[in-house]
Each structure stands twice: as structure tokens, then as C-alpha cells.
Ligand binder design. Structure first.
Ligand code: SF4
Length: 308
């Protein structure tokens, strides 16, 4: 009988030697990776395939639109300051509203987050940020594009740094809850952007999330900072290389793993995955998420057998 798994004997090494940790494939099915595409692949390779290879568009929600509108207004604010000019509060607010109203007709709004509430909450957050936090920021660059490439690779890793200061990188997040310290300490975005600064030869000491929490009672702001050691940056670089090897492997075999079934993101509903009803990793094509899809008896016997 052939078995795919066997007990480890005392004479055998417990695991294979890892591949050269920075070896990467020359080609990927995409021309670039980003912190968000890497994070999506780590959550669910199948969803990554649908979004980046099949290019299935996912509906954009109201909160994402809110973040984009706020980001556009603050980018203009900081860019004006770098140029030695000043954008009035009113002009910045006008930019925010124009961006929000432009995207609103095609965005999806949840019942508990109607368009008028989100629009107002974004304005409150903008004003609070401009009054309380923005004056202490010393911007040197805004929305700067960085591109990293492994030797021999025809794909790259791209990033856009919200705001840079001499010794820090700032990212402004507007959400219904604050960025936690644990999230900041594990953030792929923070690791990637600090790695980019280090590779440019002007390492930043910290990555600061300017976390804006919106709500019915107004906006609340917190600054959550995180740092990375040289060893952590090197480990992140190896992780990106390993992920690229995994993507190339999936592409070659056509076998893209599904999300772990415990993952909250592998679910129906507005917070879940848009493919949940059609993906075999979700309801497997059942019309109702509660409906159980029966596994064919023959298929079950063929795919599983009792271990001898
Ligand atoms: S339903 Fe689950 S397994 Fe399928 S793409 Fe979505 S997250 Fe991945």
C-alpha cells in the first residue's frame, strides 16, 4: 500500500531543507504584488485567483469609498504643505465631498451605514484630523510610489506611501474601529513600507497608523505606532519570496487552496466573501448558505479511505 504520509523515524531528518529562501520565480500571473494582494493570498488563494488572475470585480463598499475620499483630500492637503502652500479647511472639505459624491452612485451601502451617515462621518473625521493631528505632521512626501524587485524577477512589489516624514511612514485609516496595537505589529503594509525605506538606504524608525474611528457621535483619533527590526524586515522579505513561489506553484498546478473554514472572511453577507455562494470553498453552489451540498457517495469512497 502506498501512503502519502508516514511516521518519522529516528534516522530521518524531521523535515526537508528549505529552498533558497530568497529564490523567486521569474514570472507570476500578475505583473506586481502589493501588501493588500499578499494579505489576500494569505487569507484565501482561491479568492486571490478570482480577483487578480480572472479579474472578477468585487463590489466596492461605502466604507472603502469613504477611505478613498478622505485619502484624496488629505493627499491634496499634505501636497500643498510640501509645496509651501496651504489648502483651506473649506477647500479640503470640498475635495472630500467631490470624491465621495463621484463614487457614491456605484458603491454598495449597508442598511446600518447609509450614504448620508457615511458622508457626514467622513467630514467629521476630516475636520477632526485637520485640527488635531495634521498640524504635528512634518510631511516630506505624499502618495510616493515605491517599487521593489527581486533579482531575475519580471514582476515587482508595489506600494504607495500615504505620507512620509524624515524618520517615519504614516498611513491614515478611517474605519468603524481603531487599528489595534496587535494589528499594527503584524501589519504587512508596515513591514513592506519599512522594508522599502530600508532598501532605499534611508530607513524609517517607525510606521504610524493615524487611526480615525468614525461613529454616530463624531470622530475619534488615535496614533498607533509600530517598529520593525532588521531581522523582522529580512524575515518579511523571505516571506514575500516564499509567497511568490506558492503563487507560481498554484498557477502551474491549477490547484488554488480555499480559505481555512474557520476564517470569518469565508462567509456570506456584507462582511464576507462575494464568491461564497458559488465557490466550492463556500457553500459549493448551494442556493441557500444553510443548504448542505451532498457529497456523491462514489466520490467519497474514492477520495477517502480508512488508514490501515
Ligand atoms: S468562499 Fe471562501 S474559499 Fe471561496 S473564495 Fe471566498 S473566501 Fe475563498
Amino acid at each position: 500500500m502506498t501512503t502519502a504520509i508516514k511516521p518519522i523515524t529516528a534516522n530521518e531528518p524531521p523535515h526537508r531543507e528549505p529552498a533558497d529562501s530568497l529564490a523567486v520565480p521569474a514570472h507570476l500571473p500578475v505583473s506586481s504584488l502589493s501588501h493588500s494582494s499578499l494579505s489576500l493570498f494569505w487569507r484565501c488563494p482561491e479568492r486571490w485567483r478570482r480577483r487578480y488572475v480572472e479579474r472578477v470585480r468585487e463590489p466596492s463598499g461605502g466604507p472603502a469609498l469613504l477611505g478613498r475620499a478622505l485619502g484624496a483630500a488629505l493627499t491634496a492637503h499634505f501636497a500643498a504643505r510640501i509645496a509651501g502652500q496651504a489648502l483651506s479647511l473649506r477647500d479640503t472639505d470640498d475635495l472630500y465631498l467631490a470624491e465621495f459624491d463621484d463614487g457614491a452612485p456605484t458603491a454598495l451601502f449597508k442598511e446600518r451605514d447609509p450614504v448620508t451617515d457615511l458622508r457626514r462621518q467622513g467630514r467629521q473625521a476630516l475636520v477632526a484630523y485637520l485640527n488635531r493631528v495634521a498640524p504635528s505632521v512634518r510631511p516630506t512626501a505624499v502618495e510616493r510610489r515605491v517599487e521593489l524587485r527581486f533579482g531575475g524577477a519580471e514582476w515587482s512589489v508595489l506600494g504607495y506611501l500615504d505620507v512620509e516624514e524624515a524618520d517615519s511612514v504614516v498611513d491614515i485609516k478611517l474605519r468603524g474601529r481603531h487599528v489595534s496595537q496587535a494589528e499594527a505589529d503584524h501589519s504587512a503594509q508596515a513591514s513592506l513600507y519599512l522594508l522599502a525605506r530600508a532598501l532605499e538606504g534611508r530607513a524609517a524608525r517607525r510606521f504610524a497608523f493615524h487611526s480615525l474611528r468614525r461613529g454616530k457621535r463624531g470622530a475619534d483619533i488615535a496614533v498607533v505606532s509600530t517598529e520593525r527590526s532588521s531581522a523582522q524586515l529580512a524575515a518579511f522579505e523571505r516571506r514575500v519570496a516564499q509567497t511568490a513561489r506558492e503563487i507560481a506553484g498554484c498557477q502551474e498546478s491549477g490547484d488554488w487552496p480555499y480559505a481555512a473554514p474557520e476564517g470569518w472572511w469565508c462567509a456570506g453577507g456584507p462582511m464576507g466573501c462575494p464568491h461564497f455562494r458559488t465557490c466550492p470553498g463556500g457553500t459549493g453552489g448551494a442556493k441557500d448558505p444553510g443548504e448542505v451540498v451532498a457529497m456523491p457517495e462514489r466520490g467519497r469512497r474514492q477520495s477517502l479511505s480508512r488508514a490501515a
